[in-house]
Design a protein around this ligand. Structure first.
Ligand code: MIC
Ligand code: SF4
Length: 646
């Protein structure tokens, strides 16, 4: 039977179930990686499961998010992660080695394999022809402890690339921004985007990785490219040609949908505040004053992109009122640029070079000034994420970013009157594993070192049969996990301390949330009403774990984003959807809701009748949980379930 690439990889990893759209299936996982901000919890959870060594062929623990060390907390977490990796058998990528997705692409990604990462941009590895999926920490911990990945088979959408990009003015970033404009931040929910067509050939692996990285912004489960000669070339340049296999879709393979995209028709695009799908052609914004430019992140940190930026900056000077921040995504790229004198060109032009970390992307320093315009080669521009609530964040390609830094205003690269070189990926990368520590043979004699800010994983009370709780908050559509559990330099260091981080739940939308939740806790806890695509964005399980700690019982929404829905289930919180979405308008913040026979409904029809207390009104909500998800909720969450079934 003719198969697409996704089906081929799934078939070679299938341990249970069927490869049939919507059907549950279990897959063996080859690689799992964590990053520090989600990783401390993941490794605490792994420890709580009680397994001595990871059971997956490869596990890597990266440090890239919590890199500002303004007190002991982040440094303590780094040491915890390093000692936990050694004990449990994972590689440890030291602070300074780079952003997890960029380093993983360089050192470990391999066509035909399956990887999980505790970060929503794990699909970056799809550029290498592998299935790479972002999951919550607990999900990753159970897989490292030997479980299979369990998902419902997504729809596979073919993106048929025709023609070739008008480089250097139009880049891979414009491909994904164009798709975001077409499909929006919920256009990919329940789908995997498989790229194909003639246009694939002209894209380097890192360009492909830019596209699959931002597939996360579409809400997609993941995105994937074929593995071809270009893949071989990149792997060879990384000294890893042995990892190469060819991978392409069979003639006549099935796709649920096909999208044709003519690369030669694309133009430079920019995402406007405050959503990555608020995309316009750059030419419509020309002339707008810019205060800050940030180049790098896991989206656009390749050697190819960074060298192009350096050569644009060479001999120029950053505009007087612009601050240009550059965070090269990996030590490899950083070191290569330095040895070639390109960092010197960046510095000479007035750039502020940062370490290889997430940095400004997650509000870890370099927050813009009040009301300022910041243009970034990054992937997310949610309100407040930069650290400055009223800043306006725009997302665009790195070439355009560099030009805007010089000009001081938004400019279409085609009309900037600046020479832009055409840069390729190198024949050989500089390979050094100085900051990548392999695990020792055995961890049994090793001790994990933990600082005072590292607290245990809280556990939810078992599910009760009657939920009677107050609606603490009613939100609109596309609420992000940054809204639910904000990040930034002040809050991120609390990621390993749930009681402390809980104070910040919904802080940017509703300052009194945590206080009110604490008051409601004795009265049955609270319920959140959400719109469409509730919980989009990051994989941070803290957006479920901290509200759970505050007493959240259920979220009733029009629809959910994939990772957040799983995280809610993993921590025993019921994710229900309105049977009739017009009922959303009939409930209000402050209403008390009562759901009876919760367990029966869960085991049976999964139709819940919800009474609005003090009125005659009732409405219906649906569980839509598969068998495994029901079992998890009934056990009180994934951790309890895993312990019970070990
Ligand atoms: C993000 O880009 O939002 C993050 C920070 O990388 C998150 C992970 C986290 O919150 O730690 C993600 O994308 O999953
Ligand atoms: Fe880091 Fe930003 Fe990438 Fe998230 S999106 S992994 S914060 S660089």
């Amino acid at each position: 039977m003719a198969m697409n690439i996704v089906e081929k990889i799934f078939a070679s990893h299938l341990t249970e179930g069927q490869i049939k759209e919507g059907a549950p299936l279990s897959l063996a996982v080859d690689q799992v990686y964590t990053q520090d901000a989600t990783g401390t919890m993941t490794w605490l959870e792994f420890e709580a499961i009680g397994i001595e060594r990871v059971k997956v062929p490869l596990a890597v623990s990266y440090v890239d998010h919590n890199m500002l060390q303004s007190d002991f907390m982040n440094a303590d977490d780094h040491l915890f992660l390093q000692t936990a990796a050694a004990k449990f058998g994972a590689y440890f990528s030291k602070p300074g080695n780079g952003i997890c997705h960029q380093v993983h692409l360089e050192r470990f990604a391999a066509p035909g394999k399956i990887a999980l990462g505790t970060d929503s941009h794990t699909p970056t590895q799809g550029g290498m022809g592998m299935i790479a999926i972002g999951v919550g920490g607990l999900e990753a911990a159970t897989v490292m402890a030997g479980a299979a990945l369990e998902i419902n088979m997504p729809k596979v959408v073919k993106v048929n690339l025709i023609g070739s990009l008008k480089k250097p003015h139009v880049t891979a970033m414009d491909v994904i921004l164009t798709l975001l404009k077409m499909l929006t931040v919920k256009g990919g929910v329940g789908k995997i985007f498989e790229y194909g067509g003639e246009g694939v050939k002209g894209l380097s692996i890192t360009e492909r990785a830019t596209i699959t990285n931002m597939g996360a912004e579409l809400g997609a489960t993941t995105s994937i490219f074929p593995s071809d000669g270009m893949t071989y070339k990149y792997l060879k340049a990384q000294g890893r040609e042995r990892d190469w296999i060819e991978l392409s879709a069979d003639e006549g393979a099935y796709y649920a949908e096909t999208i044709d995209l003519d690369l030669s028709s694309l133009e430079p695009m920019i995402a406007c505040p405050h959503s990555p799908d608020n995309v316009k052609p750059i030419k419509e914004l020309t002339g707008k004053k810019v205060h800050q430019v940030c180049i790098g992140s896991c989206t656009n940190s390749s050697y190819q992109a960074m060298k192009t930026v350096a050569l644009i900056l060479k001999g120029n000077v950053v505009a007087p009122e612009v601050s240009l921040m550059i965070n090269p995504g990996s030590k490899q790229v950083y070191e290569m640029l330095s040895r070639e004198g390109l960092i010197a060109d960046m510095i000479a032009a007035g750039s502020r070079i940062m370490e290889s970390s997430c940095g400004p992307c997650i509000g870890m320093g370099a927050a813009p000034g009040s009301g300022q315009v910041s243009v970034r080669s990054y992937n997310r521009n949610f309100k407040g994420r930069s650290g400055t609530k009223d800043a306006e964040i725009y997302l665009t390609n790195p070439v355009a970013c560099a030009l805007m830094a010089i000009k001081g205003f938004i400019v279409d690269p085609r009309n900037a009157h600046v020479d832009i070189p055409l840069v390729e990926e190198p024949e050989d990368f500089l390979i050094s594993n100085a900051l990548l520590l392999a695990p020792p043979e055995s961890g049994s004699d090793l001790t994990i070192i933990r600082g005072p800010n590292i607290k245990e994983v809280p556990i939810k009370d078992p599910l009760s049969d009657i939920i009677e709780a107050e609606i603490i908050l009613k939100t609109g559509d596309n609420v992000t996990t940054d809204d639910i559990m904000p990040a930034g330099s002040k809050i991120l260091p609390l990621r390993s301390n749930i009681p402390a981080i809980s104070d910040f739940v919904f802080r940017n939308l509703d300052e009194s949330f945590a206080k009110r939740a604490a008051q409601l806790k004795e009265r049955g806890g609270c319920i959140i009403i959400g719109g469409d695509n509730y919980g989009q964005g990051s994989s941070r399980e803290h957006a479920a774990l901290a509200p759970m700690y505050l007493g959240l019982q259920a979220v009733i929404a029009k629809s959910f984003a994939r990772i957040h829905r799983s995280n809610l289930i993993n921590f025993g919180i019921l994710p229900l959807v309105f049977k009739d979405s017009s009922d959303y308008a009939r409930v209000n913040q402050g209403d008390r809701l009562r759901i009876e026979g919760v367990k029966e409904s869960l085991k049976g029809s999964q139709t819940f009748t919800i009474r609005v207390l003090g009125t005659e009104s009732t409405f219906m909500a649906l569980g839509n949980l598969n068998e495994r998800e029901r079992a998890l909720i009934l056990s009180g969450g994934l951790l309890q379930h895993t312990r019970q079934h070990r």
